[in-house]
Design a protein around this ligand. Sequence first.
Ligand code: UQ1
Length: 450
Amino acid sequence: MLQARSASLACRAATRCASSTLASRSFATVSNVSPARSHRVVVIGGGAAGLDISHKLLRSGKFSQDDIAVVDPATWHHYQPGWTLVGGGLKTKEELRRPLNGLVNPKFKFYNDSVAGFSPEDNSITLGNGDKVGYEQLVVVPGIAINYGSVKGLSEALADSRSSVSTIYNYDTCDKAYDTIQKLQKGTAIFTQPAGPIKCAGAPQKIMWLALDHWKRAGLYDPSKPSGSAIQISFATGMPVMFGVAKYNAALEQLRKERGVEGLFQHDLIAIDGDKATFALPDGKEAVTKRFDLLHVVPKMGPHAFVKSSALANEAGYVDVDDGTTRHKKYSNVWSAGDASSLPTSKTAAAITSQTPVLVHNLLQTLEGKAAEATYDGYASCPLLTEYGKVLLAEFKYGGVPSETFGDWFGIDQAVPRRSFYYLKKNFFPWVYYNHMVKGTWGGPKGWTN
Ligand code: UQ1
């Protein structure tokens, strides 16, 4: 199914690790009392999608004080696409976060709490504190969870400051990634990517390309003589290819070969023990164990338990919405976008810029009793760092069809890494994100909206 495919399809700039704290609780707390509070729209999640959607709704001018509620237990909102830059020593993690309550418009009712359960049959949710909250329309955008338990020994290795195991997918360890890259003088560096959907499917190799460039500049790695270099580099991925969109995969596979990086395809990391990493192989083949001097890990990811266990989820646990309209397939007043949704595309902030206008338009139409006719074309993008100073800007739609903004404007090929794209990634996107996207005024490749 497409979900599996989307995993390889790219780059999920999931914009909130905060979402992973949205606790899962059992339905036992859901009672049949009528809601203490009710709102016209309840938005579950204050991440990239939740902030963009709630502020777009407010800007429509159709809502007054407390008509819209936002639910999220997080204290901080993180610009997660920037964590690769932290891993490469280009930004600090502190500059990429903001207190979430400062990003939520005071016109909203902000429930700084988790979700215990959904009751779509009676149009309510239950908060972590047991309160019921009713809605006319529900937007479920809590992101996805990182499953650290998917790799035995990972949590212990990440927490150990002396170990050379890190991940850029976590606020606590994204800077550890840069420390380990700087410290390595010789030996084997392994960068992993799991089988299955993850946010920003390009990030596992972005950090590798930055590390390679760092070691090249330090005289520790010579791409033309990889085996004679002090450091050897392997990319161990649970996927069969470097990237899920054929056009960009060809460019990245060529880079991998040119740069002497060993490709260990369909190698799915399952355990870490000291300086040994064990990978599951397909077709019942016996697992292989490799020694490492540096290990960058990307754990498996999946829907939050409170979504997966709810009536809103499809078989895989994602909010079961129509690929075009973003409307729930069974409950017509429920909507979803971003990582938590079943939309069969990449889990990236760029994808959210194209999903939210559709969702908001259709939700507003529905409130007015009109047809939800806007459709999402699957647009997603992955600005893929290939070295310090260069980015390959993958942009595509459903089906892995390239849809290049600058290719269309200037006739250039975005599979060729460019300096201008690097500045978009490093400076422009973080700026436009906090100044416009979280306020609902950034349309991604469509530019600014009001
Ligand atoms: C984008 O809009 C965006 O949002 C701020 C990103 O940040 C994570 C992106 O990485 C990309 C690629 C876009 C898409 C916008 C253009 C102009 C290609």
